[in-house]
Design a protein around this ligand. Sequence first.
Ligand code: BTN
Length: 262
Amino acid sequence: MTSLELPSPYRLRELDCVDSTNAEAKRLAETGCEDFTLVWAKRQTAGRGRRGREWISGDGNLFFSIVLRLPYPMAAMTQLSFVAANAVADAISVAAPKGAFVNVKWPNDVLLEGKKIAGILLEGESDPKTNGFKWLVVGVGVNIASHPPAEDTETPATSLAGAGVSGAGLDVEALLDALAKRFLAGLVTWRNLGFGPIRRHWLMRAKGLGGAVTVRLPRETLHGLFAALDENGALVLHMDDQPNRLITAGDVFIGNPGSKLI
Ligand code: BTN
């Protein structure tokens, strides 16, 4: 067991091994666990990524999920993914080698030196009575000790170790501690001041803003410019031949068609 003590109101549930911390957090949420239950597992055997993909969960990496139980409005799903991305990016920029570039990529990937180091998966149970969520699960995976090889991922991945961090710099608990605290601070800001400051913080690190992007949607692939992030967190895509499109879900690749994509 760890000696890690997370600040109130977190309730830490520490596991040696689980299928997926998001799956476990959802099971706990459904059986009425407390708000701010944080499920942390040292190993994950069936880590899940966005859009039904696998999250390759190497040993020595960080996997955790937070259950939020208050009634949250529908917009919270998107907005809290930005709160989480900011927390992850801030914690990684402290842990990364001095001067290394840390960016966020729409909607909520975190990149170290242009390669994906962390992913965030939000899932929720909607409540028809309130038109909001009964609970939300915020799942975070950070590659610390290892990352998947290029042939196993669509875009290049990295880890703290892969970027040259060693020894105490690879401490999983220390990163969980830093990240949980930063997420809590971001959540308080979001509750008190709304999405504005979260959006501005995210934009300071945004990868590809103003540049060419390819957006892959279930039925079409669009090429255009990442013109802006709107006030709800949607990507504003500018295309020469048609009106701007608001992208609220999809895969975004940074770069011109035909170039090496991130
Ligand atoms: C993505 O970029 O596709 C999101 C990846 C999210 C991975 C984390 S690891 C901890 C939590 N448990 C899961 O099964 N997924 C999330």
